[in-house]
Design a protein. Structure first.
Length: 416
């Protein structure tokens, strides 16, 4: 097996659809374009049910992982929990067994992992002489298992991250936060900016001046408490003449039932138009959904310590955003004015930011900023930063190997 700069690097992404599958497709496509020297080849490892739109002829996909059954396929919550508890160990065992037959693999890059299994999996991989990378999309998990204390989950993640050879984050601020979480002696942290999603039907994007005449707001993505949807619903009471669409699957059902549904009912009774699409939005429906709205709402709370993929979807569709300063969004807005932000997590502050967006008149300056951000956050740039991270670790491994060889040669000469 090669443990230097040559060999194969596996991009481990088991998700068959959704944002993670699209992220892997975008990054892998750019890596295929940006890797001129052929020092090592990059291959994707995914689930057997990987959707066709996230496959490509530009790179090899080994769809060897068992598919994950959707929650709706189980008869009750207990059987769903039992199914998940069996699925993840089975998936990791299958991957490790498959990896044994791949002596060409020099490193594994995890885009996703199972926190409670990651440490053991990484130790197995490194024991075979391979390197391990991980992209930390969420410095703090979006949600924790109900039956496991947060401190234990955080301990799993911290130990797994510290066992890696290199870590990737999407912004400098998130890198600083990760460094403080991991403590001294952590692996090198590399910044790989999140790219703007590829729009498959760009002709459907409305002109921004037309959008700004609308008062149609869109909340898009999975529904969790740290996304601040309850804050947005409270702000809607202050926004006369606006409508709201909520498009996303509720991942925290209790929060959805206790905080979201009652607020939606109150708004509808008050005459506010609220469209609720409580389900995963298929890829083919996204362009039309974004095309009929005037702004994307990102009212995320300080519990959100990540980079939002939705903001890059909004940039791709050239739709302005109203966002909090949580996670990696502050850093983006410091470079480009792609909408409006609010600092205080209050309905009044959020409503005021929405009003500012629509009080600006012409969208000429705003569209220039959005398009500048699209150029800045390209997938080719993300690929170059990823390759640079690989190079630093893999070159260090090769250098260490040469030093060990030289040391053994010196020892042999002395012995002779």
């Amino acid at each position: 097996m090669s443990t230097g700069a040559n060999g194969t690097i596996l991009m481990y992404t088991p998700s068959a659809d959704g944002g993670m599958a699209q992220y892997a497709w975008e990054l892998m496509s750019a890596l295929a374009r940006q890797q001129p020297r052929g020092a090592y080849r990059i291959e994707m490892v995914s689930g057997a049910d990987l959707q066709e739109q996230f496959r490509s002829d530009e790179y090899e996909v080994s769809a060897v992982l068992p598919p994950l059954r959707h929650r709706s396929e189980y008869s009750n919550r207990l059987s769903w929990v039992a199914g998940r508890l069996m699925h993840y160990p089975r998936r990791e065992r299958r991957f490790l067994k498959w990896l044994e037959g791949r002596p060409d693999v020099a490193a594994v890059h995890f885009q996703e992992w199972t926190p409670w299994l990651a440490g053991a999996v990484i130790r197995r991989i490194r024991a075979s002489g391979r390197r391990v990378f991980h992209t930390v999309h969420n410095v703090v998990p979006h949600r924790y298992p109900a039956c496991v204390p947060k401190a234990i989950v955080n301990g799993w993640i911290r130990r797994a991250c510290r066992a890696c050879d290199g870590l990737f984050v999407h912004t400098e601020a998130l890198g600083e936060r990760l460094s403080s979480v991991l403590g001294e002696g952590h692996p090198p942290i590399h910044v790989v900016p999140h790219g703007v999603w590829t729009v498959r039907d760009a002709a459907r994007i409305p002109a921004l001046d037309e959008r700004l005449k609308w008062r149609r707001l869109l909340f898009f993505g999975s529904i969790r408490r740290n996304k601040g949807l309850d804050l947005l619903l409270a702000a809607m009471e202050r926004l006369s003449g606006y409508s709201l669409t909520i498009a996303g699957e509720a991942h925290e059902r209790e929060y959805f039932r206790s905080s979201v549904l009652p607020a939606v009912t109150r708004l509808r009774q008050a005459g506010v138009q609220v469209e609720l699409l409580d389900r995963f939005t298929p890829e083919e429906e996204v362009p039309a959904l974004f095309a009929r709205h005037g702004a994307v709402m990102l009212p995320y709370t300080q519990g959100f310590v990540a980079q939002s993929g939705v903001i890059f979807m909004a940039l791709a569709h050239e739709i302005p955003v109203v966002a909090s300063e949580a996670g990696g969004m502050r850093e983006l807005f410091a470079q480009f004015r792609v909408g409006e932000t609010f600092a205080q997590e209050t309905p009044a502050a959020l409503a005021e930011a929405v009003s500012r967006l629509h009080a600006g008149g012409s969208g000429a300056g705003l569209i220039e900023q959005i398009r500048a951000a699209k150029r800045r956050f390209s997938w080719d740039q993300a690929a170059r930063a990823t390759l640079a991270g690989y190079d630093k670790v893999m070159d260090a491994v090769a250098t260490q190997g040469r030093r060990q060889t030289d040391d053994r040669a010196v020892e042999a000469t002395v012995a002779f």
